[in-house]
Design a protein around this ligand. Structure first.
Ligand SMILES: NC(=O)c1ccc[n+]([C@@H]2O[C@H](COP(=O)([O-])OP(=O)(O)OC[C@H]3O[C@@H](n4cnc5c(N)ncnc54)[C@H](O)[C@@H]3O)[C@@H](O)[C@H]2O)c1
Length: 386
């Protein structure tokens, strides 16, 4: 797979370390890392066992001894770093959100196409075998025509005014916080599993905490805060509720929140078809709930019983639980295989999927602002025309 590839990781926080592990498992050499300062880069290189720490992310993405760049920095740096990496001839994995709006994401899609290099966005929840099994049941017609797509993505790590993170600041995270950060994952998964496209939507956003205490720089993601800094106004949303229609005639809704007590990473998706309903619960990913009128059954992640398309992304025998880390491993392995073979693995999320998420996010913000139904994509077209 990744044998002979030299990987570089820009941004070495929570997800940068996950990328580093998966890159190694897929056979790449972890050639270098870059953090926010040269000293932090050196520390991160030692901690992750990388070949070297680069003085800056800009230096890493252009380095001659890097073949594939993983961009794991705060959001505002994604587009400039991805563009520079593609220009320098690198393959690129760029974290979501791919860009701060759809116009910026569109220009990255074009840059990736023009470069001839591979480009991916880690919508890694696609790599749960049970989620793929739901997709296969829909594709095979076993669920019948889908009528309702619904669910939630709930977290609590930004619950109090003492919780702070760079994501709260729109200059660093973008104009949308909760929706761009996790609602984008839910929409990607709903569209991927159902085969439907969200074509229009009506959204409301809520900022439950209009002021937060500013944390010292470098605070960790997902840790309870004890920020004691000065209060600052918050412009990004803590939660969003979105109602939508799809191109294939279904309706649906999703509730997205970073302020739901006790919920850690509750991505929950239900597809209700004419013949069966399918439920995927990210915190219980070893099983898929399948409801039919006469009985509801629990389908286990058992490679022996899964369809070939789902079994392809699983690595352990039944009864030996897999989770988030294995999704990342399977995603990175697929990406490196695509680089090596030039082929297109089933369900590998690319920059076009990052653009899609940006279009939906733009529509959510426009709808919440105007309190109206919005066509997905219309906002991006206006933006591109400017
Ligand atoms: N795909 C997923 O499932 C998933 C999960 C978590 C995070 N993410 C995405 O990954 C990105 C990082 O999130 P995180 O949770 O790891 O955040 P984090 O705060 O834990 O890590 C960000 C890192 O970037 C570093 N950084 C800041 N400025 C930098 C610069 N100029 N150059 C290089 N490094 C710099 C910080 O020092 C920090 O180590 C975000 O865009 C987020 O949306 C994706």
């Amino acid at each position: 797979m990744g044998d002979g590839l030299r990987a570089g990781i820009a941004g070495t926080g929570f997800i940068g370390a996950v990328h580093a592990r998966s890159a190694r498992l897929a056979g790449a050499e972890l050639a270098g890392v870059a953090a926010s300062t040269p000293a932090r880069s050196a520390e991160a290189a030692a901690a992750l066992g990388a070949g070297r720490g680069y003085d800056s992310a800009a230096a890493l993405v252009e380095a001659a001894d890097i073949d594939v760049v993983h961009i794991c920095t705060p959001n505002h740096l994604h587009a400039p770093l991805a563009e520079a990496a593609l220009r320098a001839g690198k393959h690129v994995v760029c974290e979501k959100p791919l860009a701060l709006d759809a116009a910026e994401a569109q220009s990255l899609v074009r840059a990736a196409e023009a470069s001839g290099r591979r480009a991916a966005v880690p919508f890694v929840y696609r790599y749960y075998p049970t989620l793929r099994e739901a997709r296969e049941r829909v594709r095979a017609g076993r669920a019948g025509d889908l009528r309702l797509l619904h669910g939630t993505y709930l977290q609590d790590w930004l619950l109090s005014a003492e919780d702070d993170n760079w994501r709260v600041d729109e200059e660093l995270g973008g104009a949308s916080r909760a929706f761009a950060d996790i609602g984008s994952h839910w929409c990607d998964l709903a569209e991927f599993a159902s085969g439907h496209r969200i074509v229009r939507l009506a959204a409301r956003t809520m900022t439950a905490l209009p002021e937060r205490r500013r944390a010292a720089p470098g605070g960790a993601t997902f840790e309870a805060g004890d920020s004691a800094g000065a209060s600052r106004a918050v412009a990004t949303e803590d939660a969003a509720v979105v109602q939508f229609e799809t191109d294939l005639g279904a309706i649906g809704s999703v509730v997205v929140s970073q302020v739901s007590p006790g919920r850690k990473n509750r991505l929950w998706l239900e597809l209700d078809g004419a013949d069966e309903a399918l439920v995927f619960d990210q915190e219980r990913p070893e099983t898929l709930w399948c409801g039919r009128r006469d009985a509801a059954t629990i389908i286990p992640r058992d490679p022996a019983g899964l369809s070939p398309a789902s079994a392809r992304v699983t690595s352990l025998p039944a009864g030996h639980p897999e989770g988030y880390a294995q999704c990342f491993d399977a995603f990175v392995a697929d990406f490196y295989a695509a680089i090596a073979t030039g082929e297109e693995p089933d369900g590998l999320p690319g920059f076009a999927d990052g653009l899609r998420a940006a279009q939906i996010t733009d529509a959510v913000l426009a709808s919440a602002r105007d309190r109206s139904w919005v066509e997905v994509g219309a906002v991006a077209l206006e933006g591109a025309a400017r």
